[in-house]
Design a binder for this molecule. Sequence first.
Ligand SMILES: C[S@@+](CC[C@H](N)C(=O)[O-])C[C@H]1O[C@@H](n2cnc3c(N)ncnc32)[C@H](O)[C@@H]1O
Length: 333
Amino acid sequence: MRIKNRKNTSLSKSSRIRNNNKVIKNSKLKPYYKTKYGEAYFGDTLDIVKNIPNDSVNLVLTSPPFALTSKKEYGNRNEEDYIEWFLLFSKEFKRVLTPDGSFVVDLGGAYLPGHPVRSIYQYELLCRLVKEQEYFLAQEFFHYNPARLPAPAEWVNVRRIRVKDSVNLVWWLSKTEYPKADNKKILRPYTNAMKSLLKKGYVAKKRPSGHDITHKFNKDHGGAIPPNVLELGNNDSNSSYMVKSKENGSKPHPARFPSRFAEFFIKFLTDEGDVVFDPFAGSNTTGYVAESLHRKWIACELIETYVKNSMLRFEKEPDLFNTSDLVIYGNNI
Ligand SMILES: C[S@@+](CC[C@H](N)C(=O)[O-])C[C@H]1O[C@@H](n2cnc3c(N)ncnc32)[C@H](O)[C@@H]1O
């Protein structure tokens, strides 16, 4: 890929044109790179977010570093100071969200160090987000990864006193009780049993549970309404990001979420042209999916290698993107 920089005259011209069309409007801040729909920033989100105007983001979708007991390579906070740290960010997210916007946060669980008992930080955080920062809990989701490895080894594999932890909690929060949402955009294919019911017709009756199944049940709505359990393995090992990381000899980000996770919430909670913001972007799965769904996007990441490698997602994807839309500024801010 041809790396362009800002000293190049032709780029300066094109970047002048593109700057009129920035996602973060009227800001002097320079992205690390930009595409047709989005901008990726390198730095601390707490600084960068100050440049995002009030009421301008339709969806904040993210998976922050978790309050883990074993440290990841990009660093994690201890449980005690995690919540205070996170609330500084979430206060800003609320400011930048449109009144009908949503904040979706994916949080992994943790054991207390040295003990076979769980931290309750996800629930404590939720209580403070709702009670202090006045978010609404629109709905909770469970992000289930059936391929998760058993851990911690001491409790699960050695002493055999706990089972595999394969669920992340996902809080879908909002500024009002009626955030923009449309489950018709995320319907699943009907099961064969449902298809045959639709064909044969269903006899309206009251179920033993008390649910009144009326004749309306016979109507084909184009698919089934999904549940709040998202079963998604992280099986994107053949994605161009993984393939190119391998070719480049660069290590892929260690904690990516599956692109179908981002796809679910972006389709459900936004329309084309809306703005999606991932403040802890890592390999920029969110930006990549937003681009393919024609949503504008903003991504922030603290570690330069991750921002740089995330550009691999936008290279040579003739079906999705025009590479000439990718403009790279690099660490020139
Ligand atoms: C769990 S990872 C996100 C992975 C991402 N969802 C993906 O699919 O690649 C969290 C990321 O947040 C970044 N991070 C931590 N603190 C940050 C901060 N203050 N500002 C920006 N990014 C930060 C870490 O470097 C890490 O890459």
